[in-house]
Design a protein around this ligand. Structure first.
Ligand code: PXP
Length: 237
């Protein structure tokens, strides 16, 4: 079964636009889970423009599925994750001013840094995933960092899906196969949506989890959150 982790950052973005507590992020997390989400993902960024650090601590108490925290492992982020102890941390090399994550790790260049950080999380009993472009050499180096999983960065797949879906997925299939062979779990995320999700799911063996935010929250404006979560779940069959 491939789990659907709903990224609720965008709900926090709406709340932050007005300064109050509407929509309530804690209620949204509870509702997403009751509506069928298999997990909740948050991506606190240093400027706290969507999910804030204190949201993360509050959310911990209401998540009864899987809690995944994504982000760049800078000191404040590491402290927050160690304090929160989610089920999974996904390490992303996003710069402070990035609008959204825009690249996977260079695990060859950053092997020492990642190995050191990953050990901290694993010693605390937290599963680790590293965000990665679909490049076979990067998966092999990722394995040497001690990570449990990789998260395939699917922006390129999504962008080229409409042109030639078979070509768009080629590198992902190869990379996922290598990951499975060397004992790494495979997650995926970024720009997955109702149109491109099922083809990705059908072609990637052992896809453990997808985390989806932007398109899912946009779709929920039209279909409602409960229906939308069910529609995404149906694409993972
Ligand atoms: N995975 C990572 C590492 C991300 O940074 C994001 C966006 O915050 C996602 C998945 C989800 O991407 P989207 O919002 O396009 O579904």
């Amino acid at each position: 079964m491939t789990k659907l982790s709903v990224n609720i950052n965008k709900i926090a973005t709406i709340r932050n636009a007005r300064g109050g507590n509407m929509p309530d992020i804690v209620k949204a997390a509870i509702d997403c889970q009751n509506f069928g989400a298999d997990g909740i993902t948050v991506h606190p960024r240093p400027d706290q423009r969507h999910i804030r650090y204190n949201d993360v601590l509050k959310l911990k108490d209401v998540i009864f599925t899987e809690f995944n925290i994504e982000g760049n492992p800078q000191p404040d982020f590491i402290d927050l994750v160690l304090k929160t102890k989610p089920h999974q941390v996904t390490l992303v090399p996003d710069s402070v001013d990035a609008i959204t994550s825009n690249a996977g790790w260079d695990t060859i260049k950053n092997k020492i840094f990642l190995t050191d950080v990953i050990k901290k999380f694993k010693d605390a009993g937290i599963r680790v995933s590293v965000f990665l472009d679909p490049v076979p050499e990067q998966v092999i180096a990722a394995k040497e960092t001690g990570t449990d999983r990789i998260e395939l960065y699917t922006e390129n797949y999504a962008e080229n899906f409409g042109l030639d879906r078979n070509k768009a997925i080629e590198d992902y299939v190869k990379t996922a196969e290598i990951a499975s062979k060397i004992g790494l779990g495979v997650n995926a995320g970024h720009d997955l949506n109702l149109e491109n999700l099922n083809f990705f799911y059908k072609n990637i063996q052992n896809l453990e989890e997808v985390s989806i935010g932007h398109a899912l929250i946009c779709d929920s404006l039209y279909y409602g959150l409960q229906n939308t979560i069910q529609m995404y779940k149906a694409k993972l069959k």
